[in-house]
Design a protein around this ligand. Sequence first.
Ligand SMILES: *Cc1c(COP(=O)(O)O)cnc(C)c1O
Length: 441
Amino acid sequence: MNARNTLKINQNGHLEIGGADTVALAEQFGTPLYVMDEQYIRDMCAAYKRAIDEEYGGNGLVLYASKAFSCKAVYRIVQEEGIGVDVVSGGELYTALQAGFPAEKIYVHGNNKLRSELEFSVESGVGAIVVDAYSELDALDEICAEKGVVQDILIRVNPGVEAHTHHFIQTAKTDSKFGFSIADGSAEKIAKYALGKKNLALQGFHSHIGSQIFEMQSFKLAAEKLLTFAAQLRENTGFEAAKLNLGGGFGIWYTDDDAKQSVADYAENLKSLFREVSGLADRKGLRRPYLLVEPGRSIVGEAGITLYTVGAIKDIPGVKKYVAVDGGMFENPRYALYQAKYTAVLANRAAEKPTETVSVAGKCCESGDIVCANVSLPRACSGDILAVLSTGAYNYSMAGNYNRNPVPPVILVKDGRADYIVKPQTYEDIVRNDVIPERLR
Ligand SMILES: *Cc1c(COP(=O)(O)O)cnc(C)c1O
């Protein structure tokens, strides 16, 4: 059903993931419930790592972009698979360190890192900080001077390649809060500024051109812009970048409008990108750089599903049918944010053919609180278990407590076993930080 058939329909006609019956999971753990397939995550990490080892002599590191799905267990899994991570906040860094993740394999991102986050990163001994502002260079240099350390950094540049799902455009001027433009000279200027900082060691450059991208050509074009920039900078300053970080953004299957790719397909795509970089570096007379890539969505996205119980059903004749579930924008805000598309199935009647198109609504007090619009389902009834597929990335990690709904738990399944990796929030958790000051008593 998903790209790797970790999802199947068992002999009871129930949806199964990682060897576990989803109807039984819903019964045992309740709904809404995030379910993550451990083997899928491991296989994707291993395939990406193998691609670097086989095609690029191991001269690089895969960083799991942990903003896609962050909790202690996922850092543990990723660590066991021998890859690194990137984090974009003090909270993600803290979670990774709490899980025992080795600091030197952590890269720190963010367009507006707090001073406290920079201090925390330096103190923790992270592998590199990807700098994205002059003020950040100044603050970081100061912090390192105080602490008597030299910190490895990369600079985030904007290669002028804007990638969208199935096409990309080249632009000289990109309106983005991220990065420094190569085309207008800003990237070279900040690189020179960074080279003047005594407590910072510039290792190279980073670019991230977008997300949910299927067109490898867009990554190759960005790589070419980066290498051309690196060659030009060497000519102008004598500085040669040792590391290039090509970012993440590899697309996944949400609906049949998206390509279904196997683990091997992802690995092959990455290999072709590495081959391109090797060729470009050789042609430009550059040393082949240490390469980093940062897949997030493609490692965890298809590993996850969300289980719901169907509640109210509202058929508005001639307009639309709403099937409401016990979740919503508090646990998956992606439809509300950008009309994200999903595939849904009735987990307890997974073998039945779809007969109607409905919108799956949440329980929040917002008309825009839709989990997925226009999905094909068999005629759903109250009490059915509904599964939304490919929810492993940017669902739990974007969850909140709107309407004071508790964030659902996350369970990890493997070979039919299921364990909590994030426990359910209770109402007590929700009021934990509430305070009634004396004068209101
Ligand atoms: C979000 C992000 C990624 C991961 O993107 P995916 O689409 O999840 O692969 C990687 N690098 C940076 C800098 C990002 O902001």
